[in-house]
Design a protein around this ligand. Structure first.
Ligand SMILES: *[C@@H]1O[C@H](CO)[C@@H](O)[C@H](O)[C@H]1NC(C)=O
Ligand SMILES: *[C@@H]1O[C@H](CO)[C@@H](O)[C@H](O)[C@H]1NC(C)=O
Ligand SMILES: *[C@@H]1O[C@H](CO)[C@@H](O)[C@H](O)[C@H]1NC(C)=O
Ligand SMILES: *[C@@H]1O[C@H](CO)[C@@H](O)[C@H](O)[C@H]1NC(C)=O
Ligand SMILES: [Zn+2]
Ligand SMILES: [Zn+2]
Length: 628
């Protein structure tokens, strides 16, 4: 089921269909399920997933994308399709006599209209999320920024999972002042078919910016607490499963847990699942422990299988502890790949969509309409991209804002109108690419979910103001959420090469290393992941996305002298979030003015999200009306 053909509003739209065809022509992306007039779908050379004795399906950082990516065929499955997939895989596991466990590692809010258009955020999307047969779930930092979202998690998710929502280091304060764990600290169970006795924990990284009704204890401390020390010493455990919301490379939390368990069990199997840094990754901790991270935004479903676990065998046996055999795969989240691996057929009469799956897809569509997410502002003529396009350039979203959008900002103080001004935004204020096609209420949440205010410094001498951009871009990176190095290049660096990261080295490495991307008949552009097992983890063989540096910040000058000369002084306007960075830059430029002397005032005006919507309106909705 591909939702872009199901939503009534979009159904009317030949434009969306044409846009997809043009995507196909441009990028050779396949179409999945089509009107009968469309050319047949291109199939991709997928390899069947490798099954083991114990198998995992995992998602993380879904951030409300349960409707899938309506303008990106590679990720156009929805949560109903995912439900069908899980149901088929569980059935196959039973037939094979092996086990499958479905985990999700948290961050379910912020980033998509389905979650963000309600109050509290996630009121509807979390109910839909709970409809999929997920076995184990953990909490992410995006469940903790707002008190009401944390309360919702405690009231709704934790009870639904009935002991399988794990928050080993996160507590909530109840209205009477007592602190309780939001879910459970641990969960012990025996798998259905192989009888593997598993002790599971669900951790969040050492997060500090939570609302005051929650408390996150440092992982390093919790693993020394009595309850954890006694849980890992319980008799009869065959394996540990540690999942949750922490990056599986470079960050210390996972290794703190690993050291604590390995201090007691020299070679018991331990499987980790992580999240938060929004990358596909797989790391090997030792010959009997590995970790998988399944990307972000429902672009990816992680598959992992393990062979060699010996349920019931004593750790003291002389031949205990042989290396385990692993297979990992990152599946693109589209109906073609999900149905291929489920060995089912697509289409209205196909065998892929199960009763539950189809009904969830319908519920998603209905809510998208009820929440007005399908309301169209206009037709975006081409893709405007973040790190996938050269900046400055015709397909750069930052260039679009810098050249056409930011100057439409109108401040509250009329006495400043018409004065020279420089308007700054940081690239982290944009969250996702803007794809060609209909730009809806939903797209607004996706591209720029933040509700920023504007600040300004009046009449800054131009000799100082003109230096600010250079100083901002010389900073290592500007944190978006103060917790994640969301600077695009940092994300890539985390994904790929650690501290030696250099964008040119990476681009040439990708083109020189052997992997499935060598195949001549590559059809799609997408992720090419380098992890501890090499480059064959991406299920769909991809041409790598182009990758470009993005500056931390861009600036637009407006109402400058028409003769091209520089003004004497200019107002300096920036997003409230950028204040500390701008003040730091000013301190470097003008060491004679103390930092506190720069008084940033409220500027007023619409947030970036609304400026984008207004601009898109100018493109018109002809593409929609034309084809009715
Ligand atoms: C607060 O409420 C919870 C749940 O109703 C209860 O278990 C706990 O004992 C209460 N704590 C106090 C201090 O009254
Ligand atoms: C896929 O399903 C068909 C029946 O629908 C079956 O004959 C075939 O063996 C299955 N393939 C695999 C790899 O399980
Ligand atoms: C949907 O959103 C648009 C844009 O914000 C608004 O103009 C319209 O009135 C909304 N429609 C409904 C039914 O809420
Ligand atoms: C203002 O911006 C325009 C467009 O980027 C540029 O051509 C011009 O030189 C700038 N003016 C000054 C005084 O910096
Ligand atoms: Zn996230
Ligand atoms: Zn996170």
């Amino acid at each position: 089921m591909v939702s872009f053909y199901r939503s009534p509003l979009l159904l009317l739209s030949g434009f969306v269909f044409n846009a997809l065809v043009s995507v196909v022509a441009d990028q050779d992306v396949f179409i999945l399920q089509q009107p009968s007039s469309a050319p047949p779908p291109k199939t991709l050379p997928l390899r069947p997933i490798e099954w083991g004795q114990l198998n995992f399906i995992s998602t993380t950082d879904t951030h409300g994308w349960l409707a899938g990516h309506l303008l990106q065929p590679s990720y156009a499955a929805d949560w109903g399709d995912y439900t069908s997939f899980i149901e088929h895989i569980k059935e196959t596991a039973d037939e094979k006599g092996v086990d499958v466990i479905v985990v999700d590692d948290g961050d379910q809010h912020d980033g998509n209209g389905l979650s963000d258009a309600t109050f509290p955020n996630g009121e509807i999307s979390q109910k839909i999320l709970m409809m999929a047969p997920i076995d184990l779930m953990s909490i992410g930092n995006h469940e903790l920024y707002k008190c009401e979202v944390t309360q919702q998690t405690y009231d709704m998710l934790a009870p639904h999972f009935d002991g399988r929502y794990l928050t080993s280091n996160v507590e909530i304060m109840l209205s009477n002042g007592s602190w309780v764990h939001i879910g459970q600290r641990s969960h012990r169970f025996t798998t259905k078919n192989q009888g593997i006795n598993i002790m599971a924990f669900g951790f969040l990284f050492d997060f500090k910016l939570n609302c005051e009704n929650s408390r996150v204890s440092d992982v390093e401390d919790v693993v020394q607490q009595a309850w954890f020390q006694s849980a890992i010493r319980e008799p009869g455990i065959d394996m540990f499963l540690v999942f949750g919301h922490y990056p599986i490379r470079f960050w210390p939390e996972m290794w703190a847990i690993h050291r604590a368990i390995r201090a007691v069990h020299k070679s018991i199997p331990i499987q980790y699942f992580g999240g938060h840094s929004h990358v596909r990754d797989f790391t090997v901790l030792d010959s009997r422990a590995s970790a998988l991270q399944a990307g972000r935004f429902l672009e990816t479903v992680g598959w992992l299988s393990i062979d060699g676990i010996e349920p019931g065998k004593s750790e003291d046996s002389p031949d205990y502890g042989k290396p385990l055999k692993y297979s990992r795969r990152y599946l693109d989240f589209n109906p073609y790949s999900l149905s291929f691996h489920a060995n089912k057929t697509l289409g209205p009469d196909g065998t892929f969509g199960t009763k539950n799956g189809r009904s969830i897809s319908k519920i998603i569509d209905d809510y998208r309409i009820e929440l007005n997410l399908t309301y169209p502002f206009g037709c975006v003529p081409t893709d405007y991209l973040l790190e996938k396009a050269m900046y400055p350039g015709p397909n750069s979203l930052l260039s679009l804002l810098e050249e056409h959008v930011l100057q439409n900002l109108v401040g509250d103080d009329e006495t400043r109108h018409g004065k020279s001004r420089l308007i700054f935004i940081n690239s982290g204020s944009l969250r996702y690419d803007m794809y060609g096609g209909i730009f809806t209420v939903d797209s607004g949440y996706i591209v720029s979910p933040f509700d920023n205010d504007w600040l300004y410094l009046p009449s800054v001498p131009y000799s100082i103001a003109k230096e600010i951009l250079g100083k901002l871009n010389a900073l290592d990176y500007i944190f978006m959420e103060l917790t994640t190095p969301i600077s695009r290049t940092m994300m890539v660096r985390q994904q790929n090469l650690g501290d030696t990261f250099d964008i040119n080295v990476m681009n040439s490495l990708i083109s020189s290393m052997s992997g499935p991307q060598d195949q001549e008949d590559l059809k799609t552009t997408g992720y090419v992941t380098i992890d501890d097992y090499g480059m064959d983890g991406d299920d769909t063989p991809h041409k790598p996305y182009p990758l470009y540096y993005l500056p931390n910040a861009v600036a637009t000058n407006d109402s400058f002298p028409t003769d091209g000369s520089a003004p004497e002084a200019t107002d300096v306007i920036f997003l409230d979030f950028m204040k500390p960075f701008v003040l730091e830059a000013l301190a470097k430029i003008d060491s004679t003015t103390p930092k506190d002397d720069w008084k940033a005032l409220e500027y007023g005006g619409k947030p970036v999200k609304e400026l984008i919507k207004d601009y898109v309106r100018g493109w018109g909705t002809e593409c929609i009306k034309d084809t009715r």
